[in-house]
Design a binder for this molecule. Sequence first.
Ligand SMILES: Nc1ncnc2c1ncn2[C@@H]1O[C@H](COP(=O)(O)OP(=O)(O)OP(=O)(O)O)[C@@H](O)[C@H]1O
Ligand SMILES: [Mg+2]
Length: 236
Amino acid sequence: MNIQVENPPCLQVNDLTKEFTLHNRDGMQINGFSGVSFSVRTGELLALTGPSGVGKSSILKTVYRTYTPSRGTIWLHRGQGKMVNLAGCSESEMLGYRRRHIGFVTQFLKILPRIPALDVVAAPLIETGTRKDEARERAAEMLRALHIREELFSISPLTFSGGEQQRINIARGIIAPKKLLLLDEPTASLDEQSASSVLQLLQELKRQKICMVAIFHDRERMVQVADNEYHLEQET
Ligand SMILES: Nc1ncnc2c1ncn2[C@@H]1O[C@H](COP(=O)(O)OP(=O)(O)OP(=O)(O)O)[C@@H](O)[C@H]1O
Ligand SMILES: [Mg+2]
């Protein structure tokens, strides 16, 4: 049996480097991260680790192309042997790849006011063609799995607590999973019970062959789901 074929790579990052140019400071250069190389297979979770300020969040933002890389390649395997270098895509191509292939659970929830939590979470399923009533039912299941109280389902998450907002953010980010999922500290402000529910959902995504790159603030939680670790050291 050929394991390579059973479990092909999904993302390959080579020599990725980001220098920030501060235009309001006479073009001053700040090193975000440099020479980063890693590869993640389908159904695997790679954890990015290292001290604060070393560039972990910037790597995720560069893969998602919120930031333009200064150097290096980001190969996304789209299936059936098709590959694309996200580092070389135009902005409009990138919008298409994000829509079809890449999800990003950022640290903070950004939503429109007055939309009930259930609809916020169901929205990605409805966008991908699921019937509204079924999408809302699946959103309710996910919110129950994340221990969100039923009485909150019909309320806008804008007034939720930090940890509740974070769970809404995660639920919305994973309900219609794409091939590649980027997660920036998904369990950061959660208590033990909610954090372990999130870890269980990530395990389920691995079974569904989703490829993930994630940052965890807590090593104990990271080792429960990570298959590999890419450690960054501060340059001196
Ligand atoms: N848009 C930006 N413009 C200028 N500098 C930036 C920008 N984004 C990040 N940086 C700098 O890049 C470096 C890495 O930041 P980043 O947020 O990636 O660190 P991190 O490893 O995620 O840290 P933490 O664990 O504290 O979240 C920092 O020195 C930061 O100031
Ligand atoms: Mg960060």
